[in-house]
Design a protein around this ligand. Sequence first.
Ligand code: ADP
Length: 472
Amino acid sequence: MKVIHLSVECFPIAKVGGLADVVGALPKYQRKLGIDASVVMPYYNRPFVTENALLNIYEGSFSQGDEILAYTVWKEQYDTLGFPVYLIYIEGKLDRPEVYCYPDEAEQWIAFQHAFLDWIVNTDNKPDLINCHDHHVGLVPFLIKYAYSFQSLAGIKTVFTVHNGQYQGWLSWDKAHLLPSFDGYHGGLLDWDGVINPMATALKCCDRYTTVSEGYLEELFVEANGLQDLFKHERAKAIGIVNGIDVEFWDPAIDQLLPLNYTSTTVKKGKEQNKKIFCEKVGLPFDIPLLSYIGRFAFEKGADLLPELIREMYSLNENKIAIFILGSGDDIIQGEIANIIQLYPNQVSVFFGYNESLAHEVYAASDMLIMPSRVEPCGLNQLYALQYGTIPIVRNIGGLKDTVIDIDHDNGYGFVFEELDIKNISLTINRAISVFNIPKSLESIRGKAMKLDFSWDKSAKKYVALYNQLLK
Ligand code: ADP
């Protein structure tokens, strides 16, 4: 079975968040199951394209509005990621250093999808199934059915994976002329609330849709940034499959980014030493529990709550906890975090920006990881934390609900709170600190956490079962 994962992110080529981690791992685990899985993504002007040998495998062109766009499909020659990767290059559109936030995003992603389909329609080696990831490639299930040039592809099955239902790729109808010409009778499939909505289009036109956890799927039926009724209407096509982790990159026993490797049997010493080195590096005290936050500074992640939470923690808990924050995003949130750390320079430290290798060190060094999310489709941070013996303190929502069990329940290994209320969150953190101060409890909870299996092996099988169902 030949499957193409179509995405605008893929670790380590271009990563902004969890989408990249999934697309950079899932095909590898599917290949272990005998699936011919590969990734097609935009070409980015990033180190990967200069550090690896690329083969020019196809050149073509198409018109987009008034422009004729020439494109090249490059294949990374040696499958260094464990699966074939194809990069689509278009000068001025798909040759940029960053993934998002360009003013012509609509033109960029339409061009990517158009070039992809133009290539596929002209190649003999067609996929049996295309797994489209998020709204950037949400028009593909529509275009293979109703765009005149691509109707020969209509037999290819499509799965649409929703990594984040908040972002839908809205574009106004006056951009419709940029799309490959399509049968106008079906144009309504592009529309939601008077604009072209690629996520809605994908939900309507795909053969199946998946969400990155079961808990998130249930939540999307209730609130999906305006698409809840559509998610519900299409629910017969839906399945929630929780993300896994790529244990080739995320395993403290072999992680080359850590000062010291450790396993579940050496976790006490291993974490102690990683913490010592890390705390010296970032100027934090080493002999009190270390709580960290890693993530985008976005409202959905609850990052705006961090300053108030820090204030509350130190009003109750002077000197009993150290806090480290690694993140970037919203400038206002960033400014407020910068202000608050000036009040507690000996207890709170921060790195503003994206730093993959620092993230590994943080997971290993921290005692606890906080995730006060408003929306959390799956969440990978809590899975990495558990794998590194770091105890997650999370809100009971989305994928966090599916993957973290509070220690007050049988087999619990984390701390869970319901409401996003600062007092409530700080009480939960205090509950965690008291467990941490009892060495036997700490040892037991870490042991349980590190024995959990969130590797991709299980979830990759569920995707493959879904593909088999569609193709039988
Ligand atoms: P998102 O909604 O951002 O995709 P996920 O929890 O699914 O959230 O995935 C987040 C991924 O991004 C994890 O691999 C996490 O370690 C990583 N990450 C987030 N922010 C940073 C940062 N500032 N530096 C390094 N890694 C980060």
